[in-house]
Design a protein around this ligand. Structure first.
Ligand SMILES: [Zn+2]
Length: 733
């Protein structure tokens, strides 16, 4: 469990966060190849090794089970346990939470991702009062929240389709509806669960209507008013509810958002086989193989499997795709794509089917195969499935040779229309800087000095700074000034950010590397990804592009030996160098450990705020923006970017300007992006009008850690952020 990383900016992480991290980390473990059980033990549950100071009561609380249960599972007579003892935990409960001292209802709601109102309803609480030891029902799994009570059979639908859609068994539907056979007729109303119908229409989530999952049609409603109100396309509503025409009737329950089943993509996890995946989705192995053009039975961790075939001229949105990227990829205008699909805004959802028109001007990118490339790597680099790649190139086998030209999804194509990336001479920006010796390395360049290690070889490895704090700072400034000079000479992409001052805060650095996680290279060997080193690279790319659009930009941290770096090959991962300094003369005068940037409880995060205050000194309040970049591990969050704005823990009131910005940038970061209010130190104290923390990637997911290692994908992340900022400012006028 050592991989769990807590963001340094939580002033006090509520107990529920730890609970969820613990439970989800356990689940992660159970699903992974790492078995905590010794041979011979049955393959359920896991073994907990007792730590110093543990009591049975505490362990029971941690996993939300009773002391009695632990005693039963381990055949314990008394309450005595000892350090190092292995205790069997047969089950952990995710559906309830035991209140710990200091918890509040809103924290628990926030952490379990359900509205306070639902939490109150589920537990029959009217106010906010809860007590330590109280067991709260969370019912946080999809089934109980999202399965409607009834389903009206659509034309062409089989019982099997319905069972799959709602994740219930065919037998259960038959039983509840007293069906003797599996024959159903269109128009028939099937009951999906027992008991009285829950009234969901009263609920209001913290995000208002924008995140509601389903809606009961009222008299006078029509599909377009519902679509507009909930920020979805009419076509998506029809897709999700199997509607052939626009007619709806009062009382009908409409699904508003795609579920993971609608996404129809599965990312292979460690330990999974084709048949276990088929079982999970109630599909046939042969169908999965056909859709994905798999010949044998070999699948690899991180591989994306499609669960649904694609129709011609239809694009199925994947997590992280932004509308502007899809438009660009298929040579269409954003406006055209929106018109064609009846989109009211730029927001799209994973699994949403987008019509590309009758004859889309398909434009492809071209990728030249390099030595050591294999099809899986190229596919993942371009966020495609191997099947897509093969069919796009009419390939019969997976054999490729260096120099081969392959058609690819053009998301990462250079020379894209909008940012005119080709006009940015990245190589020139990486040229020799400030008179420091340039050291060319595959994962460089470095200036003056390079890390001793060629890659991050384990979780704990690090290299300390070689110079004093002051000399490190002087070097870092030299590099930064040289970069600034080069950017000034490049001209402008636009002037749309003129007058804005944006402070970019790479969330870790100095003594604090952030998350360090294991990832797998193409051969399945472990490589390690260091949050701070990678996020800094994205931050620098954003820095360059914001400046080229006219903004003044200040970084809170600087590195003394590198600027933007290549990742060639990506297996040479960036090494944890504890040598970044605060971008301030005043903060680098001393030379004790406490002067270096550090996070955690005794960190010095206030210096980031002081740097921002200084940068904003002469900037009008409504032209100040503060962006903090992270890629933390959060097992309880989905595998999409997360945008955090400040929300008071006491009153629940959000910082409205930042929330509006978060909503706006949400669509530009890609489908599925989540926004959330949270009480975080740097956001609470930021002197900017707009302050958000961007968790660009969630390192709890292998494909996200993987994506950070590739500079093309870091560039894609950076472009999304810049696009989001530019479009927000444009709209604001
Ligand atoms: Zn972080």
């Amino acid at each position: 469990m050592t991989s769990v990383h807590f963001p340094s900016h939580h002033k006090r992480a509520p107990a529920i966060f730890f609970f969820f991290l613990a439970v989800l980390a356990v689940i992660h473990f159970l699903e992974g190849s790492v078995s905590l059980l010794q041979a011979g033990e049955p393959k359920t549950g896991f073994a907990y090794v007792v730590e110093k100071g543990d009591s049975l009561g505490e362990i029971a609380l941690r996993y939300n089970v009773s002391v009695k249960e632990i005693k039963k599972w381990n055949k314990l007579k008394g309450d005595r346990i000892f350090e190092g003892q292995r205790l069997r935990i047969e089950a952990v409960s995710l559906r309830s939470y035991t209140v710990k001292s200091g918890d509040t209802l809103s924290e628990i709601a926030l952490a379990s991702n359900i509205p306070v109102s639902r939490l109150r309803d589920l537990n029959k609480i009217s106010g906010d009062r809860i007590y330590t030891g109280q067991k709260l029902q969370l019912a946080s799994d999809r089934k109980s929240i999202e399965t409607p009570s009834v389903h009206v059979v659509q034309k062409g639908e089989s019982l099997w389709d319905i069972a799959k859609k709602y994740d219930v068994s065919i037998a259960a539907i038959k039983e509840r509806n007293h069906l003797k056979t599996e024959v159903i007729r269109p128009g028939m109303t099937l009951s999906l669960k027992d008991g009285p119908e829950e009234n969901r229409t009263k609920e209001k989530t913290d995000e208002g209507d924008s995140e509601r999952f389903e809606y009961k049609v009222r008299p006078g409603d029509n599909l377009s008013t519902i679509a507009e109100r909930f920020d979805v396309a009419v076509s998506l509503l029809k897709q999700l509810n199997g509607l052939k025409e626009n007619r709806i009737y009062p009382g009908q329950t409409l699904q508003l958002r795609p579920t993971s089943l609608d996404e129809a993509v599965h990312v292979v996890r460690s330990g999974e086989t084709l048949s276990s995946i088929a079982l999970k989705y109630r599909m046939n192995v042969s169908d999965i193989k056909r859709i994905n053009e798999i010949e044998g039975s070999k699948i690899v961790v991180g591989q994306e499997l499609r669960l649904k075939g694609t129709k011609p001229n239809v694009y199925i949105v994947e997590r992280g795709d932004a509308l502007w990227e899809v438009a660009q990829a298929y040579g269409m205008g954003v406006g055209e794509l929106k018109r064609l699909n009846g989109l009211a805004s730029d927001r799209i959802y994973p699994g949403q089917e987008l019509q590309l028109g009758t004859a889309p001007a398909r434009s492809f990118g071209t990728y030249t195969v390099k030595k050591g490339d294999y099809l899986g790597r190229i596919a993942r680099l371009h966020q495609m499935s191997v099947a897509d790649l093969k069919s796009m190139n009419n390939m019969k086998s997976a054999l490729i040779h260096p120099g081969d030209q392959l058609k690819v999804k053009p998301f990462l194509q250079k020379g894209s229309e909008w940012l005119k990336i080709s006009e940015i001479n990245w190589d020139d920006l990486m040229g020799s800087s400030g008179g420091l010796r340039k050291i060319t390395l595959g994962n460089g360049p470095y200036y003056g000095s390079r890390p001793k290690a060629r890659r991050q070889s384990n979780r704990r490895y690090y290299e300390s700074a070689r110079l004093s704090l002051w000399n490190t700072y002087k070097r870092a400034r030299k590099l930064q000034v040289a970069l600034d000079r080069k950017i000034s000479k490049m001209g402008r992409l636009s002037n749309c950010l003129n007058g804005w001052h944006i402070v970019i805060d790479p969330g870790h650095g100095g003594l604090d590397p952030g998350a360090v996680v294991a990832n797998l290279d193409g051969n399945g060997d472990k490589v390690y990804v260091v949050e701070d080193e990678y996020v800094y690279d994205v931050a620098l790319r954003v820095y360059v592009m914001l400046r080229l659009n006219g903004a003044d930009v200040t970084l809170t941290l600087l590195s003394p030996n590198h600027l933007i770096r290549h990742s060639d090959p990506p297996v040479q991962t960036f090494v944890n160098e504890k040598n970044e300094v605060y971008n301030s003369r005043a903060f680098n005068r001393g030379n004790s450990r406490s002067h270096w940037p550090k996070g955690g409880r005794n960190g010095n995060l206030s210096r980031r705020i002081a740097i921002a205050e200084n940068a904003f000194k002469h900037v009008p309040k409504n032209r100040r923006m503060f962006l903090s970049f992270h890629a933390d591990i959060d097992h309880s969050a989905p595998n999409v970017p997360l945008v955090l704005y400040y929300r008071s823990r006491r009153t629940g009131r959000p910082d409205r300007a930042s929330k509006r910005f978060a909503k706006s940038i949400q669509s530009f970061l890609g489908a599925g992006t989540v926004i959330r209010g949270q009480n975080l130190y740097v956001l609470r104290n930021s002197p900017a009008n707009i302050s958000v923390m961007l968790e660009l990637r969630n390192l709890a997911y292998m494909d996200h850690a993987w994506a950070l290692r590739f500079e093309e994908l870091r560039q894609r992340d950076a472009e999304k952020v810049v696009r989001g900022v530019v479009e927000y400012v444009k709209k604001k006028g």
